[in-house]
Write a protein that binds this ligand. Structure first.
Ligand code: AMP
Ligand code: MG
Length: 523
């Protein structure tokens, strides 16, 4: 693994140098071979579980790693907290992957830092495994996400009300720069650091903006526009597969547009636009269909941070041009505000457009038009009213195009909607001799998963893992034990658009449609 540490170049304000806390008996439980290969982790390492457990528990730092905890702030459920930061995570450094993308490698659950506040810096086994399973599932579904390289049990008991086994999960992400990282410096009025962070983020995530001969002002606005575009893709993808993040605070919103911080996330069972599973989300702020609006709100918070920089850039240009001496300070500030607000307002139109294209694809139509929009709205209304299972309904719709039994069943559930949809599909304009139904079905098969990480299966597997680790006193081969429990589920989840032997076992909807399911942040 060839580490570099470009984030450290930003300076001491951005992080605390701190080593992971040593743990008594690290044992490797899960190892992501595919991800490891993409990071060029040598086979010699990969076949040495002992070595991996030392490195990915934080007991030993690999060569070139320089452990730091990042500083950030964040709006949590709408309330600003100026001092958050990595309270239980250590960034080891960055590694270039096979696609030449710089990836952060970060330990989570690896002990206290200056940002721990009252927390113990630890992570329990179940949430660590959960993050691994959920992120792999999202990755295979095609949703932008951070991924997990390893889960290592620490041999410690940690206090989560009850004594729980401790673990460290290694997370790999395009970066850990959050909206909250910008907020950290904006809240402190530290414009110099804010500018450094902006330049670093552009260089790392949108280097093409540096190639264009654009002004600082234009670069900043393009940056915001691009971050927003990535958020739109992210949320649309969550909606497509029925993912509810559960805690879309600004500190959990990555600039790179990947899903991070899986805490209380869940998958939707019965379609309900108001679905919320997190025990702490009392008012449904982060409900399924609110996610788009919340991402816009989070982008507006990023815009707040960029505003003082933009004002500065506009003033500089005005001075250089020396032609608008009459422009008052206030007028320049208003100019900056107008420009940034315009971008934030564009979000709504762009999001709605992407939303209807995504759902049009799910019902076999290529683009959104008035017909597909009406069909989408109509279908979702029926699904809401009848509490139909989200994944199952779309999958059945796909199958029904070539399976008369499924078609009959759906006709009785969806009534007139089904016939209207079918005739709309047949009218789609395609090249002569092409079969419209076949084309529609292929499009639907790519967009409607046959299997998702259903909450009840995830929970059952996590409980079995916890029990196995707790009762296996000798801990002879926890790696084999955990992989024998999780392995088949992961294999199935890695193929979410194709049924394999074993897929059927994980397709069933929960008996209560998840009406009683609750997730917790106590990770
Ligand atoms: P999260 O809910 O995981 O997004 O975390 C929100 C904030 O709480 C972040 O600053 C975390 O680093 C911090 N945090 C969460 N759990 C712990 C813990 N067990 N120990 C220390 N800090 C924590
Ligand atoms: Mg977080």
């Amino acid at each position: 693994m060839k580490f570099s540490n470009t984030y450290i170049g930003l300076g001491e304000h951005f992080f605390q140098r701190v080593l992971p806390q040593k743990v008594p008996a690290p044992q490797l439980l899960l190892w992501n071979v595919e991800l490891a290969n993409s990071l060029f982790i040598a086979n010699k390492w990969q076949s040495d579980a002992q070595l991996l457990s030392q490195y990915f528990s934080g007991n030993n730092l690999p060569n070139g790693a320089e452990s730091i905890a990042l500083a950030y702030s964040g709006h949590q459920f709408g309330h600003f907290n100026p001092q958050l930061g990595d309270g239980r995570a250590h960034l080891l450094g960055e590694v270039l992957d096979k696609s030449n993308i710089r990836r952060d490698v970060q330990l989570k659950g690896s002990g206290q830092t200056a940002f721990s506040r009252r927390g113990d810096g630890k992570c329990a086994l179940a949430p660590a495994l959960r993050e691994y399973i959920m992120s792999e599932a999202l990755y295979a579904l095609g949703v932008p996400t951070s991924r997990c390289l390893a889960v290592v049990s620490t041999g410690e008991k940690i206090n989560r009300g009850l004594a729980k086994a401790g673990a460290v999960v290694t997370r790999v992400a395009a970066s850990h720069i959050r909206v909250g990282t910008f907020q950290y410096f904006a809240a402190r009025g530290d414009l110099l650091s804010l500018k450094k962070l902006l330049n670093y983020s552009i260089e790392r995530h949108f280097p093409q903006l540096n190639n264009e001969k654009s002004s600082d002002e234009q670069r900043l606005l393009s940056f915001l526009e691009k971050v927003m575009a990535k958020q739109i893709i992210l949320i649309i993808e969550w909606l497509r597969v029925g993912f509810i993040h559960g805690v879309m605070n600004t500190d959990n919103t990555a600039i790179c547009g990947e899903t991070i911080d899986f805490g209380p996330c869940a998958m939707m069972g019965d379609y309900d636009e108001n679905a919320v599973f997190s025990s702490i989300d009392e008012y449904g702020r982060y409900a399924f269909s609110n996610q788009g609006k919340i991402a816009q709100w989070n982008m507006a918070r990023l815009a707040d941070c960029l505003l003082p920089l933009l004002i500065g850039f506009i003033k500089d240009t005005t001075k250089e041009n020396d032609n608008d001496e009459n422009d008052s300070e206030q007028a320049l500030e208003q100019q900056a505000l107008t420009k940034i607000e315009e971008l934030i307002h564009q979000y709504t139109t762009k999001f709605d457009e992407a939303y209807y294209v995504m759902y049009a694809n799910k019902i076999g139509m290529n683009e959104s038009c008035s017909v597909s929009k009406t069909l989408v709205d109509g279908l979702l209304a029926i699904m809401q009213k009848q509490s139909l299972d989200y994944t199952h309904t779309f999958h059945q719709l796909t199958q029904s195009l070539t399976d008369s039994e499924q078609a009959e069943q759906l006709k009785s559930v969806l009534g007139g909607w089904y016939a209207t949809w079918l005739s709309a599909l047949k009218q789609v304009d395609v090249k002569p001799k092409q079969n419209t139904i076949q084309i529609a079905q292929a499009l639907m098969a790519k967009n409607n998963p046959v299997v998702i990480p259903r909450n009840h299966h995830v929970e059952a597997i996590l409980t079995r893992c916890e029990e196995a680790i707790a009762t296996d006193v000798q801990q002879l081969s926890p790696f084999d034990t955990i992989n024998s429990i999780v392995g088949e589920f992961l294999r199935v989840l890695h193929s979410p658009y194709h049924e394999l032997d074993g897929t059927e076992k994980y397709q069933d909807a929960p008996a209560d449609g998840n009406s009683c399911y609750q997730t917790f942040c106590g990770t």
